[in-house]
Structure formats: C-alpha cells, structure tokens
Design a protein around this ligand. Structure first.
Ligand SMILES: [Zn+2]
Length: 291
C-alpha cells in the first residue's frame, strides 16, 4: 500500500508517542507503507521538498503538512523537534535506547518510539527510568520486528536483562553516566565549568575527540582501545568498536556519529579519569603499563 504523492496525504499511523522524534514517526509511517522514510518525506512535500527541511528541523509549512498527515495539530508536534546544533547525534547514529521505555510502549499498546532524550551526544542513561542506554541494531522507527523481538526477550528474562551491576562496578557505571550528564549540562545547558575539573573546556573537548581515534603510534593521546572493562560492565562499556582513523583531524562530528552508547561511555570514562581530581584507583580505566 503506497500513499499518494500529494500534500493532502494522510498517514494512517498514530501520532508521536512520549518524547518521540519526528524522524521516528516518519520511519514508522514509512515502514507501514513499505517504503523508505526519505521517500515518504519527499512524497509528502512534493514540489515544496527543497524548502521543507527535515523531520528534525522542518519549515513551518512542512510542519503543517506533517500535522495534516498525522491528523494532529502542528503546534502539538513542536515538542518533538530537535534544536539544531552539536548537542545531538547524527540521525544515522541514533541507536541508543532504554529497554524500559520500549516495554512501556508495548504495555500501553502504542508503537515503539525513539525518544529525543536518547539522541543527545552525552546521553548514556534514560532520564525516565535511570536505566543505562543500550545499543540498538535498528534505526529510529525502522524495524519494529526487531524491537518487538527484543522487548519480548526482555520480558521473558525479566529485569535481569537490563539490571545495573551491583557493588563497586555499579557505582563506577553510575559515576560515568553522572559525568556524561554533567558534560551535557556544561557544554549545552550553560552550566558553569566546575572549578575543580583539571582540564579547561577546550582541552577536555580535544581529549574526548582524540580518545575516539585509534591509538596513534608514538602518541601520548589516550584512545578508548586502551580502556580495560571489568566483565560486569562489558554490556555497558565498549572499546572494540570502529574507531575514527588516527590520522584524521578530530572533529565534533566524530562524536555525533558514534552510535554505540557503550563507546561514548568508554570515551567519557577515559576523559573523567583525566578531568576529576583524587579519584579512587579502582576508577582507573587503563590497562596496567607493560612491565
Ligand atoms: Zn526509559
């Protein structure tokens, strides 16, 4: 079933769920009509496509058309847009999710929605459930079969599937995710840079970006491939991921393209070890030096 290519198109899918991005809504609608999100978006706007923007940042006229397509007011969609800027992951990198949020969607009988709050570069934990975010293999709204299977498997395993580790490893995970929240606040919420932090804002940013690259030969820069992860944290901290080439000039876009929240968590842990004074030795993320 294909919707007609016209600005009067009506998509027969539910409007946005709690904090759902509009890309997620368009992705759901595209899956329903067995097409791609970009094709559906293009079909909705027709000759106005060039001036319509994107589902994250639509023009005012485009937002009206989306509202008509969904049968809701354009004003009600404004809270589902993203600000422009470096706070947000690139769309292709929006893979972090909270299992508890999707289980709530499932229990409420609504579609699985990709939340705006998961789309921040420094998002590593759900603000609703305080659950560590995990890595999804499905893009926003694009593969409901995969999400359904995931939710059912989480239900059959009970809460053990997502449970935060106990003891000192759980405290370490809380500390890393707390630092991620603090970094989001200082970089994007105008919070003051804490005076006890050992690096200035620019140096911290450079260290963070350098850590996402492979370890350059002969360099002192710390890469996340040097992070040693305790077994109980391997579900949450990932270091064997596709790193940015060591020779490339670091850019913020590298972080915005880092889809795996476990890899971003590793980078934040490594930065935290350099940023905070007087940390306990057990917080050290590095392999011991070779004898
Ligand atoms: Zn959640």
């Amino acid at each position: 079933m294909k919707p007609s290519v016209a600005t009067g198109t009506r998509w027969f899918v539910p409007g946005p769920g709690p904090d759902e991005t509009l890309w997620s809504v368009v992705g759901r609608a595209a899956a329903f009509y067995d097409t791609h999100a970009n094709a559906l978006w293009a079909g909705l706007h027709g000759e106005e496509l060039d001036t319509s923007g994107t589902p994250d940042h639509p023009s005012a006229a485009a937002l009206q058309r989306v509202g008509r397509a969904l049968g809701v007011s354009a004003a009600s969609l404004r809270d589902h847009l993203l600000d422009t800027g470096p706070r947000w992951l690139n769309r292709e990198a929006r893979r972090a999710f909270c299992p508890a949020c999707w289980m709530e969607d499932h229990a409420a009988g609504r579609p699985f929605g990709y939340r705006r709050t998961w789309a921040r570069v420094f998002a590593t934990r759900c603000t609703m459930h305080n659950q560590p975010l995990q890595y999804a293999h499905a893009l926003e709204g694009a593969d409901t079969d995969w999400v359904t299977a995931l939710v059912l498997s989480h239900q059959s395993e009970g809460r053990a599937a997502t449970r935060r580790p106990s003891g000192s490893d759980g405290e370490l995970l809380d500390w890393i995710d707390g630092l991620a929240r603090a970094l989001d606040d200082v970089y994007f919420n105008a919070s003051p840079w804490p005076s006890i932090w050992l690096l200035d804002r620019f140096t911290a940013e450079q260290r963070l970006l350098e850590s996402c690259r492979g370890q350059p030969v002969g360099s002192d820069a710390l890469s996340i491939d040097r992070v040693m992860v305790p077994p109980t944290l391997r579900r949450f901290v990932h270091t064997r991921c596709a790193l940015v080439a060591a020779m490339k000039t670091p850019r913020w876009d590298d972080l915005q393209s880092l889809a795996d929240p476990g890899a971003r968590r590793a980078a934040i842990w490594l930065l935290g070890w350099q940023l905070l004074p007087d940390l306990p030795e057990r917080y050290c993320p590095l392999w011991p030096p070779d004898p």
